[in-house]
Design a binder for this molecule. Structure first.
Ligand SMILES: Nc1ncnc2c1ncn2[C@@H]1O[C@H](COP(=O)(O)OP(=O)(O)OP(=O)(O)O)[C@@H](O)[C@H]1O
Ligand SMILES: [Mg+2]
Length: 231
């Protein structure tokens, strides 16, 4: 059974984008099962998340349009770079995308990792093959790579991030990247103190260059930090 708020979101999404999906019959319960599989994995805080950002909705519409009906689909597709200050709803919107795909009958093998989680997965641990962990994240059909730039960097993490981004770049695997960083380093006069951190200054030029090519940069989210109760 679809959650009523999500059903309302889906109907509006289909109306606004002109997409036609026939979800009236559900042979074998595929659609219900798709929703269940997604909803049980979305973290509790984002259980009611809905995508609202207009550019994100347009990107979703293109992905849904290309996917086969009731498919296991989401083929090669562009990614999204969602920027904005802390607490403005980037993670919320990202889980809204996952729920929205499921509501549209798209069963997608998705993963959500923060950059720090991703590094933790790759660290050598007894009985765990880091390469398998890498493939699980890098090869996910749809990936939310959350909080880019929030983890401590070292040579090892730089390499790990580069491998991930480069793999998804090469395979054109859809990814939502989120970050608090600025998209480009602000210009500064020689000798002036370093400005606020940016994608290239924190992630390096090679990672930034790939993300810039592979991802649609949607309008950054703004507004107050919703966690501070001022929204
Ligand atoms: N549209 C929304 N409606 C209701 N609650 C929301 C909405 N967007 C965000 N929130 C809530 O606001 C809080 C902050 O949202 P979120 O965690 O998505 O921010 P963020 O931009 O990812 O922040 P950070 O950069 O610190 O990771 C969360 O508790 C989230 O559930
Ligand atoms: Mg977040």
């Amino acid at each position: 059974m679809i959650n009523p708020e999500l059903a309302e979101w889906r109907d509006k999404f289909l109306r606004n984008t002109g997409l036609e999906l026939d979800l009236s019959s559900d042979p074998g319960g595929f659609y219900d099962e798709t929703l269940r599989l997604t909803e049980e994995r979305v973290p509790a805080r984002f259980a009611r998340a809905l995508a609202t950002h207009p550019d994100l909705l347009a990107w979703m519409a293109a992905a849904v349009y290309q996917a086969p009906p009731r498919g296991l689909g989401l083929g090669p597709s562009e990614s999204v770079l969602l920027l904005g200050p802390t607490g403005t709803g980037k993670t919320w919107e990202s889980f809204g995308v996952v729920r929205g795909f499921a509501a549209c009958g798209l069963r997608v093998k998705w993963r959500h990792v923060t950059q720090a989680d991703y590094y933790a997965l790759l660290r050598p641990r007894h009985g765990i093959d880091p390469e398998e962990e890498f493939r699980g994240v890098a090869g996910a059909r749809f990936l939310i790579m959350d909080d880019l730039g929030a983890a401590k960097e070292s040579e090892w993490t730089e390499e790990a991030l580069f491998r991930l981004v480069d793999y998804r770049y090469r395979e054109v695997l859809p990814t939502v990247f989120t970050s608090n960083l600025l998209p480009v380093a602000p210009k500064r006069k020689p000798g002036a103190p370093e400005g606020p951190p940016s994608l290239p200054s924190v992630l390096g030029e090679r990672v930034t260059s790939r993300i810039t090519e592979m991802a649609v940069q949607v309008d950054p989210l703004d507004g107050p930090d919703r966690r501070m109760g001022t929204a």
